[in-house]
Design a binder for this molecule. Sequence first.
Ligand code: NAD
Length: 429
Amino acid sequence: MAAARLAAPVKNETEEDLNPFRIAMRQFDTAADRCNLDPGLREVLRRPRRALSLSLPVKMDDGSIRVFEGFRVQHNSARGPCKGGIRYHPGVTFDEVKALASWMTWKCATVNIPFGGAKGGIVCDPHSLSHGELERLTRRYAYEIMPIIGPDKDIPAPDVYTDSQTMAWIMDTYSMAQGSNAPGVVTGKPTFLGGSFGRSEATARGCLFCVRAACAEMGLSLPRTTVAIQGFGNAGSIAAQLLAEQGARIIAVSDSQGGIFNPAGLDTVKLLEHKQKNGTVNEFPGAKSIPSEAVLAIECDILIPAALENQITLGNVDMVKARIVAEAANGPTTPGADITLHKKGVMVIPDVLANAGGVTVSYFEWVQDLQELFWDEEDVNRRLERVMVKAFSDVLANAKKHDAPMRTGAYILAIERVAKALVVRGIWP
Ligand code: NAD
């Protein structure tokens, strides 16, 4: 089953290659061509260092046994312990996890935090599992990846359809096996278990800092902008709140079940309550229902893809009307669509920058856990702003210097940082 999924050429109607890992390597190659890298070193940076594929047997509530497929991939650890989320989704593949792991390496280097890149995933539909089944699946997964994770080795975090509860189970499983409390083994924990204030808002807040800087660069006034958001989970829903608080008008949002549109602006506080109550943004009073994918084509200033990969493709890129695309999601734009957007003068704030607020506050959480000294939310947000503002300006300057899109600017910066660490450390033995 997995082998078939990996081998199948994934193409869309425009014959684009949608395999996430090949896309990640293509993005790397585009930037690496402009870096003066030793060919052997370049090969080291392209490949994952370690990739674990797992079979996870779980006793289901009805007494039957089901075997789930799981992965943990560590892409690079030259600059520090590996870091990256865990995704629960029916569409997870090994190649997707490899791509997400490599994007974590470049993300951590782009914002200059001392981590390498990793990612994990389980092929499952968490919405069809009971609380008990999810706990047993999570603990079995944590047990199986235990030899390669740890506060100094690899530190997981939440991603699509995982949350602070998932992290608490992993932390507990690891701590039980070690015989001592190890809060630093995961980030994104509840605050009362060593989590950081500001972590759940961090991805969206980092995105907001990038959007604010992009508006200044594009001559837009943020409080006068209109915004469309695809995906209304952790990243998307909080981005909607924070941008609305700045005066921006959120005119369209979508989730996996559909989209809604109101040109006069959506009340994001009421929308969040509606989503929490009904499990979807659909049928929000006062808004018009639209197909989920129509959100990408809405006439707006800022488009925030905050769901999954390969959403803006050669097949629909011509319909994108936004002036700024802020990639809260990982990998939402295909390389072909990226080129088209750049030619159209759209500023794409790449995922490795736009959603790096999450891993930045995860880094703060890890630091707080290790020193057992906790900061208040204001302190966390102030530090996050400093990191994001500096990273945005470094990436923009690099993009201008190389006359390249922001993604290539970010990758060149990141590749040079990781390559420097690798060269000075040397290749062992
Ligand atoms: P989440 O599980 O909280 O939310 C995912 C949202 O996407 C849900 O609202 C779901 O309904 C929606 N969705 C799924 N398929 C969709 C589709 N086809 N069309 C429209 N909406 C769809 O996940 P999240 O943590 O918000 O992650 C979203 C994206 O942000 C992912 O790409 C993730 O890797 C990235 N990201 C998240 C974090 C974080 O800290 N949570 C950090 C960095 C990057």
